[in-house]
Design a protein around this ligand. Structure first.
Ligand SMILES: [Zn+2]
Ligand SMILES: [Zn+2]
Length: 294
């Protein structure tokens, strides 16, 4: 029931900013990237996304308004699109290696004929026998919870799921601003981030990532019937190309707590009862754009 997005004002503002770029080539690339970002995407807006559920502070009001009224256009910039694209490419790199090792199972898209199929580390497309694929990840859907997501990978022989994280200043500032703030250092030239110390201190996945892993494990076990007991996290550090891997075991109590709040959210949608914003009665960064639009 999602409304199609017609107003693209914030995207247009960024688009016009890019026109002012003094380097003609970069200006052209920026316009190309931003006009791609402004096209309506195929992601459903009438479901709960795992990425919002696992936030340190999930604004259920924002989720409710998106499901009921449809998505509002998000403010974007070339830098934001560059962060997303970098994350996607990093995912593809690890997924390609695991596919070459024939360890990765899930949905695949053939780049030759467009065929979509489910397989483990395929050698050939079952339709055109081509050998160029993209991993479309593992779909995890719980209709009774209005939940739909994709996990970064499923390795059946290892009995695990995988999640791939890009650790760069841009992506971290977007996902975990509180974590980055801990590494601010005052210098005579202003505030800088001690990236090396941040990387050294990373000894476990960030809190939202742990919740995400547990939620995906719950969906994989209970809704798809997969025999998985842990999620392996691969952190790719952009500053030095170093990698850290961590294991998060399935935790039923933590999964139950997450599922409880998702069920509460789904019940609000069914009953058409708008939840409160957990941050302020004036709304937060997540729900304000929806309130302004409704
Ligand atoms: Zn094919
Ligand atoms: Zn809010």
């Amino acid at each position: 029931m999602s409304k199609s997005v017609v107003k693209r004002t914030p995207g247009l503002a960024a688009y016009l900013d890019s026109v002012k770029e003094s380097n003609a080539l970069f200006g052209d690339i920026s316009r190309h990237v931003l006009s791609k970002a402004a096209r309506p995407n195929s992601h459903r807006s009438d479901v709960i996304y795992p990425s919002e559920v696992v936030k340190a502070q999930w604004c259920q009001r924002a989720t409710y308004l998106r499901i009921v009224n449809g998505r509002v256009p998000e403010r974007t910039s070339f830098r934001m699109q560059n962060i997303f694209e970098e994350g996607n490419r990093t995912h593809e790199k690890w997924q390609d290696w695991l596919a070459e090792m024939r360890r990765l199972e899930g949905d695949w898209g053939c780049q030759g004929c467009g065929n979509q199929f489910y397989a483990r580390g395929p050698e050939k497309c079952p339709r055109c026998h081509g050998s160029r694929f993209k991993y479309r990840e593992l779909r995890l859907i719980a209709s009774d919870l209005m939940l739909s997501g994709r996990c970064d990978g499923y390795l059946p022989a290892d009995g695990c799921l995988i999640e791939i994280k890009t650790l760069g200043l841009g992506s971290l500032r977007y996902e975990s601003p509180g974590f980055v703030a801990r590494y601010e250092v005052e210098t005579p030239r202003g505030t800088v981030i001690d990236l090396e110390r941040m990387w050294k201190d990373l000894r476990r996945p960030l809190g939202s990532a742990v919740k995400q892993g547990i939620l995906y494990l719950h969906l994989a076990r209970e809704y798809v019937g997969l025999d998985v007991d842990r999620c392996e996290f691969l952190y790719d550090f952009k500053a030095t190309q170093e990698t850290k891997a961590f294991t998060v075991m399935y935790d039923e109590a933590k999964a139950d707590a997450l599922i409880g709040s998702i069920r509460q959210m789904a019940n609000c949608v069914i009953a058409r009862e708008i939840p409160d914003c957990p941050v302020s009665s004036d709304g937060c960064r997540d729900c304000k754009p929806y309130q302004a639009a409704s």
